[in-house]
Design a protein around this ligand. Structure first.
Ligand code: ASP
Ligand code: MG
Length: 414
């Protein structure tokens, strides 16, 4: 998909870069990013850079709105939040000009990013690339404000927290870029969180599927929606540090190096459990519980139903801890109609081992269970996919579990 552009008759590659909030947190860092973009340009590439808002700007803006009203108007909220990325994009364009480069900042709307009208979680429906092409043709570096777009009716929307990753991948796909590089404050994707496992190693490559499991099950490095989009368009996505020159990790769908072990371990503390006890085991019970949860936009993960005794059963499932209050209220209403009891637990977390090699290999589950039992870590619930095994354990055991599993699966060795 290498569509080169001809600028003044010189064919050039196109690279989309994305810089996260920490990379543009202050003016010094913005200058640093400008120098990196300039260097990419000097290497003979066209560059589109997508930026997040500076540092904690988005959180600060949300706080500000809530000081005015507990329920900010969704349309106004999206316009407000979109300004964070506009600030960083303009400053970065100015920074590039001070270095002698032609650059222009574009808001999501100016960049032709069309979305649905779902405020705060809009989906990109199409991108009209004309304006970006025009600017590139004029030899400019294009800086796009991430995380935003515009509806048919010209209302500004945002794409959900972490949405700038999606902007970058969508632009790279639409414009047929050679690659999309997501710069952040870590060297790449690690075998486990290096703050918890000091000898965690940076992966050279990882598949889209593995990365998707990793990000859904705890790693916050790349937004899941961006990975899905990259996979759909087969766009190689590189995660690298904006502070060093290390090569980073390439996320792709091509042939992987053969690994006979787990690729990475992730964990997530934002987990809570709801158990409904004493439900009559009859058709339609699960639907009664889960339909209203889905209608409220609450995503349910691990679901376990006990085999019934005397036609009575228990049902346990997990939700994000952020959703526990809303979820409990809904479940209690339904449970009271069934004379069932509701018990919740927020002091739990998830630990997952992830690896494409699990598809064909054996012994992963046994090693996992043996390692945790040797450490006296009790497993509460278990879920699996073809390339993942997740255990739910007590919150205060999560980090120990990550550490012992990292060494049991020898992830510190190349
Ligand atoms: N600034 C937005 C957020 O903090 C979007 C992003 O950074 O990708 O969620
Ligand atoms: Mg928890």
């Amino acid at each position: 998909m290498n569509k080169s552009f001809f600028i003044k008759s010189i064919p050039m590659g196109l690279i989309v870069q994305k810089y996260g909030g920490t990379s543009v947190a202050d003016s010094k860092r913005i200058m640093n990013v400008a120098r990196r973009i300039a260097a990419t340009r000097m290497d003979g590439n066209q560059v589109i850079a997508v930026v997040s808002a500076m540092g904690d700007t988005t959180d600060d803006l949300i706080k500000l709105a809530h000081e005015i009203t507990p329920k900010p108007n969704p349309r106004e909220m999206d316009v407000l939040l979109s300004t964070g990325e506009i600030v960083s994009s303009t400053l970065l364009a100015m920074a590039l000009k001070t270095l002698g480069f032609e650059a222009i900042s574009l808001t999501g709307a100016q960049a032709g990013i069309k979305t649905t009208r779902q405020y705060s979680r809009a989906l990109i429906t199409d991108i009209n690339p004309d304006r970006i092409y025009d600017e590139l043709r004029e030899g400019k570096i294009v800086i796009v404000a991430g995380f935003q777009g515009v509806t048919e009716g010209f209302d500004v929307t945002t794409l959900g927290r972490g949405g700038s990753d999606t902007t970058a991948v969508a632009l790279a796909a639409k414009l047929g870029a050679d690659k999309c590089v997501r710069y952040t404050d870590t060297e790449g994707i690690f075998t486990a969180d290096p703050r918890i496992v000091p000898d965690a190693t940076c992966l050279k490559e990882i598949s889209y599927e593995e990365m998707l499991e990793l990000s859904v099950y705890g790693s916050k490095v790349v937004h899941p929606r961006a990975i899905e989009l990259a996979e759909y368009y087969n766009m190689p996505l590189i995660v690298a540090s904006s502070f060093t020159n290390s090569p980073g990790t390439i996320i792709h769908g091509g042939k992987m190096e053969v690994r006979n072990k787990v690729t990475a371990i992730s964990h997530d503390m934002n987990v809570a459990k709801i158990t409904v006890q004493g439900i009559k085991d009859e058709p339609g019970i699960a639907a009664k519980l889960f339909v209203p949860l889905a209608d409220a936009g609450i995503s349910v993960d691990t679901i376990v139903q006990n085999s019934s005794i005397n036609e009575m059963t228990d049902l346990t499932f997990t939700v994000a801890e952020d959703d526990i209050e809303r979820a409990t209220a809904i479940v209690k209403t339904v449970a009271s109609q069934m004379n069932a009891k509701v018990v919740t637990d927020t002091h739990i977390g998830k630990v997952s081992i992830i690896g494409g090699s699990m598809l064909n290999g054996t012994g992963y589950a046994s090693t996992l269970f043996k390692t945790l039992s040797d450490e006296n870590i009790n497993i509460d619930l278990i879920t699996t996919s073809e390339i993942r095994i997740t255990v739910i354990v007590k919150e205060d055991k999560v980090l120990d579990a990550v550490r012992v599993l990292h060494s049991a699966f020898k992830l510190n060795e190349d």
